[in-house]
Design a binder for this molecule. Structure first.
Ligand SMILES: *[C@@H]1O[C@H](CO)[C@@H](O)[C@H](O)[C@H]1NC(C)=O
Ligand SMILES: *[C@@H]1O[C@H](CO)[C@@H](O)[C@H](O)[C@H]1NC(C)=O
Ligand SMILES: *[C@@H]1O[C@H](CO)[C@@H](O)[C@H](O)[C@H]1NC(C)=O
Ligand SMILES: *[C@@H]1O[C@H](CO)[C@@H](O)[C@H](O)[C@H]1NC(C)=O
Ligand SMILES: *[C@@H]1O[C@H](CO)[C@@H](O)[C@H](O)[C@H]1NC(C)=O
Ligand SMILES: *[C@@H]1O[C@H](CO)[C@@H](O)[C@H](O)[C@H]1NC(C)=O
Ligand SMILES: *[C@@H]1O[C@H](CO)[C@@H](O)[C@H](O)[C@H]1NC(C)=O
Ligand SMILES: *[C@@H]1O[C@H](CO)[C@@H](O)[C@H](O)[C@H]1NC(C)=O
Ligand SMILES: *[C@@H]1O[C@H](CO)[C@@H](O)[C@H](O)[C@H]1NC(C)=O
Length: 610
């Protein structure tokens, strides 16, 4: 069989019928059948050393079956990552065999190949576990299609029967038991898969198999369990290595440390500690699925309303306050008019003054008594009405104050509110918190780090979980923590009514952590399916429920006694203080005035009186 491209007429004629020993219409049928069964593509590249006419004939035949075929001449790897291309290759040709042997296992997982190849050459190729490599074996009555793969580099080939095309009946019989390739190849025969785990505590590696200290390295312990389940499902075995960080890029050497470093350097296949999705990491690892819905957030007990607002002005709307200021003036005018007419008709009583009328109405507002009771019905009516109206206002005002003193503030809704509030800040002392807070570049977040986290003395407000939660309980303290872990402490040490009014504000601009594998890892599909199955079967939810505590429910109404503190009553004391201050100042001025000009002015006053 066969020669290279030759222009010898004789040889040409001979080969046209043989087509390198193959019947082109049969080959076309087989290719069409394979593509139809895998049906993700209707185009194929042809890489053979066949004669031009043969290749043309094959292309024509494929086109009749609506398959776009083109001849590929380039030697180097010419495929991108976007989708799998199909390639028909004849490995009995030297150049093409060389092309195949040069392919690495990662490249094999990118190209779907249909090949003519003999057994010795087959053994030389570096298949991966997810390679779609079909090769055709022909006898007189049938063409068999087989698939070959290796569980890992250096392992012996595994051959699968894909199907057979029978020449007489011209039909293709599919021999696959399971159609999905990665499901069919899920028995790893105890192949060791290497997983990398991030532990920030020296004792974590001893507590992986039990549920001790679930608040330390929670995400690692949880995903260790999930990884083991997938490994078991794959009939593989696991080799774990431990690192102390997830992996950050050193911006000088461009090298990654931690878990990502292990994945890149082939020391690990699986990153068993999920990690955040960041743009620079997308280039080096493949994210699979989100296995744990924990989030890191600022948690704080919402401060009392009086902490953020002056509760003494809140009960009334602005308009009501304006009316409250205007109405006594109007009422005082009426009262003065009424008293004045009373005085005109009845000389026996004192002449009313506008000043006194207003003072009387002011007494009505503040629910005090009055010194001078008018006699005429008109004036009395004005007094009655004013007192009644102001009584209602007074009642609603005080009732409202009582409610407001007990209600939590909802003023703090965003990170900026939090920054501007008078709360103190703390952050859970973990590796990634240190990283993200130090490297925050957005304005508010940067401010938070500079003004709230970093202390004046150069230290930083990083606390361990129990201390942080304790401070949250004492109030006026916002603690940044992994909520699923922190709420375990909250439910343990908080009183029932203290669990009410817990508020969360997201700080990190990242979505949930994702489980990851090495970029283009051949095991990607297996792990994706395995982890999704854990999700569908509820095992993931079970592990999450065991490791993460939900936000504690607030059972209010028990003994919800709130005592009013100094800070709540501050405005009241301020009014008192200002009042006293004014009175004292006035008194001093009066005293001074009296000492120097007192006699004259006082006498004048006395003289004026009738
Ligand atoms: C190819 O096979 C088909 C049937 O499978 C047959 O009809 C045809 O004659 C064969 N062509 C050659 C050149 O052998
Ligand atoms: C392949 O195509 C057939 C119809 O041509 C369709 O019924 C089948 O679901 C497809 N299979 C896949 C895996 O897409
Ligand atoms: C397979 O083909 C190669 C050349 O490509 C040849 O050297 C070798 O002997 C062949 N092996 C068999 C078993 O036919
Ligand atoms: C050719 O292969 C088919 C399918 O495996 C088999 O049934 C048949 O007996 C084989 N024919 C010859 C002549 O070997
Ligand atoms: C797992 O692999 C081992 C080693 O090859 C094998 O003995 C065992 O039968 C396999 N288990 C399953 C369930 O396939
Ligand atoms: C895992 O590591 C062991 C020892 O380092 C190595 O023999 C094995 O091939 C690795 N597994 C994979 C799938 O690379
Ligand atoms: C953890 O181990 C490292 C090195 O093995 C050691 O330096 C460190 O002190 C240990 N930490 C604790 C808390 O034991
Ligand atoms: C590299 O890191 C240094 C400090 O660690 C920083 O000042 C610099 O901006 C970084 N460069 C880049 C390109 O990120
Ligand atoms: C947390 O920190 C406090 C004070 O820094 C310390 O007393 C306490 O032992 C620490 N708790 C744990 C569990 O490390």
């Amino acid at each position: 069989m066969m020669p290279r491209k030759s222009s010898f007429l004789v040889l040409h004629c001979l080969l046209i019928s043989l087509a390198n020993g193959r019947n082109i219409s049969e080959v076309t049928e087989v290719i069409t059948s394979i593509l139809n069964l895998i049906n993700n593509s209707r185009s194929i590249d042809i890489k053979t050393c066949w004669l031009f006419d043969e290749q043309l004939e094959l292309m024509k035949a494929l086109n009749k079956k609506y398959i776009l075929a083109k001849v590929e001449k380039r030697q180097e790897i010419f495929y991108d990552n976007s989708h799998r291309n199909w390639l028909l290759i004849d490995a009995n040709c030297e150049e093409e065999l060389e092309f195949l042997t040069k392919l690495s296992n990662i490249e094999f997982s990118k190209i779907n190949i249909i090949a003519f190849i003999n057994d010795t050459n087959l053994q030389k190729l570096q298949f991966s576990i997810n390679s779609e490599f079909f090769y055709l074996l022909e006898n007189l009555t049938a063409i068999k299609v087989k698939q070959a793969y290796r569980p890992s580099n250096g392992y012996s080939l595994v051959i699968e029967n894909f199907g057979t095309w029978y020449k007489d009946q011209r039909i293709f019989i599919d021999h696959r038991q399971i159609k999905i390739t990665s499901m069919r190849r899920r028995n790893f025969n105890l192949l060791q898969l290497n997983a990398s785990l991030v532990t920030t505590n020296n004792f974590s590696k001893f507590n992986l198999d039990n549920y001790h200290d679930t608040h330390i390295d929670t995400i690692t312990k949880l995903n260790y369990k999930l990884t083991n389940l997938v490994i078991e499902w794959l009939n593989a075995s696991a080799g774990y290595s431990f690192v102390d960080t997830w992996g950050y890029k050193n911006n000088k050497t461009n090298e990654w440390n931690g878990m990502i470093g292990e994945l890149i350097n082939n020391k690990a296949d699986i990153g068993a500690s999920p990690l955040f999705l960041t743009s620079d990491r997308i280039d080096v690892i493949d994210y699979l699925i989100c296995t744990s819905q924990t989030r890191s957030k600022f948690v704080f007990r919402s401060p009392k309303l009086s902490f953020t607002e002056n509760v003494f002005v809140l009960p009334f709307h602005e308009d009501v306050w304006i009316c409250l200021i205007i109405s006594p003036f109007i009422a005082a005018l009426f009262l003065y008019f009424s008293l004045f007419t009373e005085w005109k008709s009845n000389i026996g009583i004192i002449k009313p003054s506008l000043n006194d009328s207003f003072f009387t109405l002011y007494c009505a507002i503040t629910q005090q008594g009055i010194v001078q009771v008018p006699k005429a019905y008109g004036s009395r009516l004005i007094m009655y009405i004013s007192f009644t109206a102001f009584m209602f206002l007074y009642a609603s005002y005080s009732a409202n104050i009582v409610a407001l003193l007990q209600s939590p503030s909802n003023k703090i809704q965003t990170l900026a509110d939090l920054l501007n509030s008078r709360l103190e800040f703390g952050v859970d002392d973990t590796v990634f918190n240190h990283f993200y807070f130090k490297h925050a570049d957005e304005n508010v977040r940067r401010e938070i780090y500079l003004n709230k986290i970093r202390r004046k003395d150069g230290g930083e407000n990083f606390y361990n979980m129990s201390e942080g939660i304790g401070r949250v309980r004492d109030g006026h303290f916002a603690f940044h923590m992994e909520v699923g872990v922190g709420y375990k402490f909250v439910s343990e040490i908080f009183q029932e009514d203290e669990k009410c009014g817990l508020q969360e504000i997201q700080y990190l601009q990242v979505i949930d952590p994702f489980y990851a594998v090495r970029k283009k890892s051949p095991y990607k599909e297996h792990f994706k399916i395995g982890l999704l199955r854990l999700q569908e079967h509820g095992l993931q939810a079970r592990e999450n429920a065991r490791f993460y505590t939900k936000k504690p429910k607030c059972h209010s109404g028990n003994s919800n006694f709130v005592s009013v503190g100094m800070i709540d009553t501050r405005p009241a004391f301020l009014i008192f203080g200002y009042g006293l201050g004014c009175a004292m100042t006035l008194m001093l001025i009066e005293k001074a005035y009296y000492r120097y000009f007192g006699e004259i002015s006082f006498k004048k006053c006395v003289k004026k009186r009738p």
